[in-house]
Design a protein around this ligand. Sequence first.
Ligand code: IMP
Ligand code: MG
Length: 193
Amino acid sequence: MADRWDQNPVALKTVGDNPRLGQVLISQTQIAERVKDLAGEIIRSYHQGESFDLVIVAIMTGSLIFLADLVRAMPLPIRIAIMMVSNYPGASMESKGVKINYDVKEEISGKHVLVVDDILDTGQTLFTVAALLRERGAKSVRTCVLLDKLLPEPKCIAADFVGFQVPNKFVVGYGLDYDNLFRNYPAIAVLEV
Ligand code: IMP
Ligand code: MG
């Protein structure tokens, strides 16, 4: 069986007549380099003298792969908490409204919090989560996304740390899914419809 996505007939036909992998926008190497730089930027901005105190709230499931690489490039005492939020459930490519399916269990009050997500699209997800964590008494809430989608209209929130900007297309790979597929594709590709 072929071990490369571009050679594997099963991978290429995964979703039959449905949307499938198109143009690669960001390669594995580009992601790896940028994620390391991003981790450096985050570390520098949170380091205050000797103290470093940070809770990362990762929005699952999209941030799964990004989170794993990002935190391993941050050799500091970080607490990781997860939240499951859906905005594009199942096979939808349009926002269906932000829904919290699993809430964060870590104590947030009095903590510096960095919310990590895969992609900033309209901003509804990050805006909702950041507001909730502030309401719960976080000392600070900042946001980090691997991708920021370029939209013609203004967004309700801007991310503090951004890996890459991408065109206004539906993208998959490196944690981002369509119908829960393609998360394990190692680069970022456009979904062809
Ligand atoms: P927003 O709430 O409109 O900013 O959308 C952000 C959420 O929607 C992210 O957490 C993603 O899970 C999902 N999303 C938005 N655009 C895409 C995309 O192009 N591919 C995959 N998921 C996306
Ligand atoms: Mg998501």
